[in-house]
Write a protein that binds this ligand. Structure first.
Ligand SMILES: *[C@@H]1O[C@H](CO)[C@@H](O)[C@H](O)[C@H]1NC(C)=O
Ligand SMILES: *[C@@H]1O[C@H](CO)[C@@H](O)[C@H](O)[C@H]1NC(C)=O
Ligand SMILES: *[C@@H]1O[C@H](CO)[C@@H](O)[C@H](O)[C@H]1NC(C)=O
Ligand SMILES: *[C@@H]1O[C@H](CO)[C@@H](O)[C@H](O)[C@H]1NC(C)=O
Ligand SMILES: CC(=O)N[C@H]1CO[C@H](CO)[C@@H](O)[C@@H]1O
Ligand SMILES: [Zn+2]
Length: 709
């Protein structure tokens, strides 16, 4: 059950994505909007100290702890007022779009930037007081949002409007249905007994999830090995290990220890011992926690009228049904069998040469992948860093994004920010000169700053009923290191890719034209929200881009050479079919346990493992529960989603951009047909409209099949 821990940046990225979703989902999602929230008074109070406000932005930056708390309370009372007003619309009178839906939609659009003004200081401020106030504000706002989401009086009025079936337009219908669905997924159309039971189950799920994760985090198991048993690991690594009394080294089950041993240790039995121990983390008891958790999730879903938890979780997403997910995963897995078999036989050959006729096991994967890569690429990915000074990369990203999507960025020098490292840009449409939105860049690490790279929506685009338009504002947070000696920071290649990815989110947010804030760029269907960012990552592997954004740090006129460009492109797909198979294994497991009752998890895993992994058996006695923190919390039944997005991103890039990656015509098509409607339309319609045909998995399969010695 050895996952490939060195497998790209899958885990950190998932974490990152989840966190950024939290930032704009948590407190803010349901909050409705405040037309005249008394901001005038607030501004007057701040006037003397403030630099220029951003045109069209309601986001308050660099505000004090006490201002944050006051703002939070004002948000809550305004929201309550609007909800009360909607709830008091008499059902026997006319319930209309204007007196029911519009006030809620406007509240949502207008309060979101104010909510974020309270909440995002927690991610960026260096002040203790501000952190505390921001956390407290978030707690109060979350509690209020929770209360609103359970307001039966509001639900009844919305339902009465929905029942009339008099939609203003398709987007308004979509919005009203989303409101209804949120209430109903909170159990508002159930009997009181069922709602109460649902709440009890919810609490149990939260408790068990916490215990499950704590158990994995608290794991303090370690193994000891002699120096000979750790042959192949670098001396610095050995030095960093603790020693036990008999002079042996102590290897823990933390991922950096496990990954190092699995990648570098020449001794097969050591790799196997570590892989087995890693696969047993959590023990029997934790396995039973996972079993209980899954049962409770099914119970929760059944109370709401769904056949299984997976039906509940997938139903709202682009994939729509677990059966579609199975079909999708099986399809990808089967199509990758041939290339993965070729990759595996290369690894088996290497092992035979090095260790003789021992059977190849899952614990050998990482080691021989590493070995094969060392033989094939006379390029150290780590050393590439010397070619990516942050300013050069950033100006390259700017150029590509502006040219491709018909945008113009303009830095605003005298705007209020929260730290001197932060810069602000306005984004204009290149041809019309229309102001589309703004974004903040907060790129460098500092103490107390939120430590994941992400884009946070600070204000969403929305149209008001009086015809005026609110523009989007985004914040990009990253963790680049500043060089103490004043040199520009150098980016690792993975950081370059991340930067392109996050700019995909910025553009997606800014180019959105949906009428409802709910359907903003980052408010896409979760199965589709990553697609634009994943599409943009492709530019990092093209020679044209690489030359544009690279320059040796001591002489930036020297970009990386053609040889390196080619290596980077090949390295991207190194053993990618095999790695993908391994991801599919976990995703299938996740989907099966969440769509079927009473699955024997150990047996299931034993069965799936060789079937997906080309005959490689599961390691003896390992325990599937050791491996599913993501499935335990937050991603349950949705593990497939990442592969899903990658498949569509690959299709988009290969069929539209590959031959013309600076083609503004195609870029504008993408902007107008996909980014502009955003979450207001079904993602499959957007995709089909842009591609001019149904999407296909072929481009993805082809990309993963091209790796050859
Ligand atoms: C339109 O409505 C929005 C939100 O209610 C408000 O901020 C804006 O000032 C109004 N614009 C006009 C022209 O009345
Ligand atoms: C509650 O709403 C869901 C989703 O719209 C629906 O399928 C279900 O039948 C409703 N339940 C009741 C009791 O009305
Ligand atoms: C933020 O506000 C404080 C006063 O509350 C001020 O001293 C500081 O300079 C401001 N920070 C920035 C970067 O403008
Ligand atoms: C990131 O911050 C969290 C708390 O905000 C902390 O628990 C975690 O260790 C930090 N991670 C890194 C890599 O610094
Ligand atoms: C009760 C029990 O066996 N819990 C285990 C859960 O997992 C952690 C981490 O491996 C173990 O330390 C616990 O003993
Ligand atoms: Zn992303």
């Amino acid at each position: 059950m050895t996952e490939i821990p060195g497998n790209g940046e899958k885990m950190p990225r998932q974490k990152r994505e989840r966190s950024s979703l939290l930032a704009f989902g948590g407190a803010a999602a349901l909050l409705a909007l405040a037309a005249n929230l008394g901001i005038t008074a607030f501004n007057a109070h701040m006037k003397n100290r403030r630099k220029k406000d951003l045109q069209g932005s309601k986001v308050r930056v660099n505000i004090s702890a006490s201002e944050i708390l006051k703002l939070a309370d004002r948000i809550i009372s305004k929201s309550k007022e609007v909800h009360d007003a909607v709830a008091s619309v008499p059902l026997d009178k006319v319930v209309t779009f204007m007196n029911v839906i519009s006030p809620l939609a406007e509240l949502e659009a207008q309060q979101f930037p104010l909510v974020q003004s309270c909440v995002f200081p927690k991610m960026v401020s260096t002040s203790d007081d501000v952190h505390k106030a921001s956390a407290e504000a978030e707690r109060r706002i979350d509690a209020h949002v929770l209360t609103c989401s359970k307001r039966e009086d509001v639900y009844r009025v919305v339902k009465a409007f929905a029942a009339r079936g008099e939609w203003v337009n398709a987007e308004a219908k979509h919005y009203t249905q989303a409101l209804m669905r949120d209430f109903e997924r909170n159990g508002l159309n159930l009997t009181l007994t069922k709602t109460e039971e649902m709440q009890r189950v919810r609490v149990q799920i939260d408790e068990l999830s916490l215990r499950y994760v704590q158990n994995l985090n608290d794991d303090s198991t370690f193994l000891h090995f002699t120096e000979a048993e750790l042959a192949g690991l670098p001396p610095e690594f050995l030095k960093s290990l603790g020693k036990v009394t008999d002079g042996k080294f102590k290897v823990t089950l933390k991922s950096h220890h496990v990954a190092a041993v699995l990648e570098l240790c020449q001794v097969g039995t050591t790799r196997r011992k570590v892989a087995v121990a890693y696969g047993k983390r959590g023990g029997e008891v934790n396995l039973s926690i996972l079993e209980d958790l899954v049962q409770l999730r099914h119970k929760f879903a059944r109370l709401l009228g769904y056949a299984s938890y997976a039906d509940y979780a997938v139903g709202l997403r682009m994939a729509k049904a677990p059966s579609k997910v199975f079909e999708f995963l099986e399809d990808i897995s089967n199509s990758l069998t041939d290339p993965a078999t070729t990759e595996l036989s290369m690894l088996k050959d290497l092992k035979r040469k090095e260790e003789g006729d021992h059977p190849f096991g899952i614990e050998d994967l990482l080691y021989y992948v590493k070995k094969a890569e060392a033989q094939q690429f006379n390029m150290d990915i780590g050393a590439l860093k010397q070619y990516f000074p942050v300013n050069l990369v950033l100006s390259g990203v700017f150029k590509i994004v502006q040219d491709l999507f018909g945008l113009r960025f303009e830095e605003l020098k005298d705007s209020e920010v929260w730290h001197s490292d932060v810069s602000v840009y306005s984004v204009y449409d290149l041809s019309s000169g229309e102001l589309l939105g703004h974004f903040y860049l907060d790129m460098y690490t500092r103490e107390r700053k939120y430590n994941h790279t992400c884009v946070v929506a600070l204000q969403n685009g929305a149209s008001s009923t009086n015809g005026s338009r609110q523009i989007p504002v985004a914040l990009l947070l990253s963790q680049f290191q500043k060089d103490a000696s004043g040199q520009p920071a150098l980016l690792r290649f993975s950081e370059v890719v991340n930067l392109f990815h996050e700019f995909g989110h910025v553009v997606q947010h800014i180019c959105n034209r949906a009428s409802f804030a709910r359907f903003s760029g980052l408010g896409f269907d979760p199965d589709f929200v990553e697609v634009p960012a994943l599409v943009l990552e492709n530019w990092c592997y093209e020679s044209f881009t690489l030359k544009l954004i690279s320059g040796f740090h001591q002489d930036i006129t020297k970009p990386i050479n053609n040889e390196m460009c080619k290596s980077i492109k090949r390295w991207r797909y190194s053993f990618s079919a095999l790695k993908m198979k391994q991801e599919i294994l976990y995703c299938l497991f996740d989907q099966i346990i969440h769509s079927t009752e009473n699955v024997d998890m150990v047996e299931l895993f034993k069965h799936l493992h060789p079937r997906i992994m080309l005959g490689l058996p599961m390691l003896e006695d390992v325990n599937p529960a050791s491996r599913f923190p993501s499935s335990a919390i937050g991603h349950e039944a949705a593990c497939y989603s990442r592969i899903w997005s990658e498949v569509f991103a690959a299709d988009i890039f290969a069929s539209k951009f590959h031959e013309s990656y600076l083609n503004q015509y195609v870029g504008m098509q993408f902007r107008n047909k996909v980014l502009a409607p955003g979450g207001s339309r079904e993602p499959i319609e957007l995709l089909t409209g842009f591609l001019g045909r149904e999407p296909s998995i072929q481009a993805f399969i082809d990309s993963k099949s091209q790796y050859r010695l």
